[in-house]
Design a protein around this ligand. Structure first.
Ligand SMILES: *Cc1c(COP(=O)(O)O)cnc(C)c1O
Length: 357
């Protein structure tokens, strides 16, 4: 594309979009043999029940019909597991879809979205797409959340809290989240994409407060990043509003069948989670032995900073040896390495290379 063609296209689109940098996901190489420790995927294959459900669904005449707009079978099963009614659940094409629906539902042009930072960069992009403004409240150096996160502000319409947070892997305790939600003048979305790896979660707050909305993802804990399935838990009155905003058929028939089979296999989840938590312990301790400050994680990745050694050359050295991790830079915060908890073999390979750098 020539610069003049780019400029011409820019003049055609909404100025808000032209000014937007656009969200850049982590590297997803489509060829070559990589050890991928950069986008928090699960290193283990999903429950075998998933493939069986997909095959059975694809074999019949089911795909000739539109999917169930509300993914009722999934909602019924998830409701049973979570101890809520099905009308408290909304399914999405990955939890990113739900985050988009939430911003479109609550935040208008020129209004404010509040986020804690550093955190998931997509939140800011979603505000930008909406022509909304984004206020970033910095975490304290120990990754605790200051009171300012709950402060009143004119035209503040929604707040996002990734909990456990990325890149830190840290968790704001549910009691503190409840206190923040009670003070906030707007709804609070608790993004629990990593909730299954944590000791505790904020699901119980949804019943206690009409202001709290929890989102979950099957990408990480259920090893289904390629499938695209997530869900939100909120009061039925809120779910009913979100339904108006979502695409009619935002989840397809195969993904609904697969996601239902995945959550049906809780034994698989318990076993895989146990393995990942054991490897997380080993990775954290090994990084500390190498002189890194490795934050105690409640997720499936570990955030590491080194007091002296620059991070970028370490990332590049690993990449040259076929190992991808994430080197993140946050304005006003500095940079660091976010390392996904892979399999034991992957982490061993990673450790043997990083030791030589
Ligand atoms: C991975 C991630 C998501 C997105 O999950 P999908 O279900 O794959 O869309 C949402 N929030 C956070 C904090 C994440 O890290």
């Amino acid at each position: 594309m020539t610069p003049s063609a780019a400029a011409a296209a820019t003049s055609l689109v909404r100025p808000t979009i032209a000014a937007l940098a656009g969200y850049v996901p982590g590297e997803q190489p489509q060829s070559g043999k990589w050890i991928k420790l950069n986008t928090n995927e699960n290193p283990y294959p999903p429950s075998p029940a998933v493939a069986r459900a997909v095959a059975a669904t694809a074999a019949g005449r089911t795909l000739a019909k539109y999917p169930d707009p509300l993914a009722t079978v999934f909602r019924m099963r998830a409701a049973e597991l979570l101890g809520v009614d099905p009308d408290w659940i909304l399914c999405g094409n990955g939890s990113d879809d739900l985050l988009t629906i939430l911003v479109r539902t609550f935040v208008g042009e020129g209004e404010w979205l509040r986020i804690a930072s550093p955190s998931y960069v997509l939140y800011r992009t979603l505000a930008g797409l909406q022509g909304a403004r984004c206020e970033e409240v910095p975490y304290r150096p120990d990754w605790s959340l200051p009171e300012a996160f709950a402060a009143a502000r004119d035209r503040l319409r929604l707040a996002f809290l990734a909990n456990p947070n990325s890149p830190s892997g840290t968790l704001v305790p549910p009691e503190q989240v409840a206190a923040l939600a009670a003070q906030l003048p707007c709804p609070l979305v608790v993004d629990e994409a990593y909730g299954d790896f944590a000791d505790t979660n904020c699901l119980g707050l949804v019943a206690r407060s009409e202001r709290v909305i929890v989102t979950r993802s099957l990408s990480k804990s259920y090893s289904l990043a390629g499938l695209r399935f997530g869900f939100a838990v909120a009061r039925p009155e809120i779910i009913a509003e979100l339904v108006k905003v979502k695409d009619s058929y935002n989840c397809d028939t195969l993904s609904i069948a697969a996601a239902t089979a995945a959550i049906d296999d809780q034994a698989w989840l318990a076993e895989t989670r146990g393995r990942i938590l054991a490897t997380r312990r080993r990775l954290t301790d090994a990084m500390r032995a190498l002189g890194y400050d490795a934050v105690e994680s409640q997720a499936n990745f570990v955030w590491c900073t080194h007091p002296e050694r620059p991070h970028k050359p370490v990332y590049e050295g690993l990449k040259a040896r076929g190992i991808l991790i994430r080197c993140m830079h946050y304005a006003g915060w500095g940079d660091g390495l976010r390392i996904t908890v892979g399999s034991d073999d992957e982490i061993d390979a990673f450790l043997s290379v990083i030791k030589t750098l």
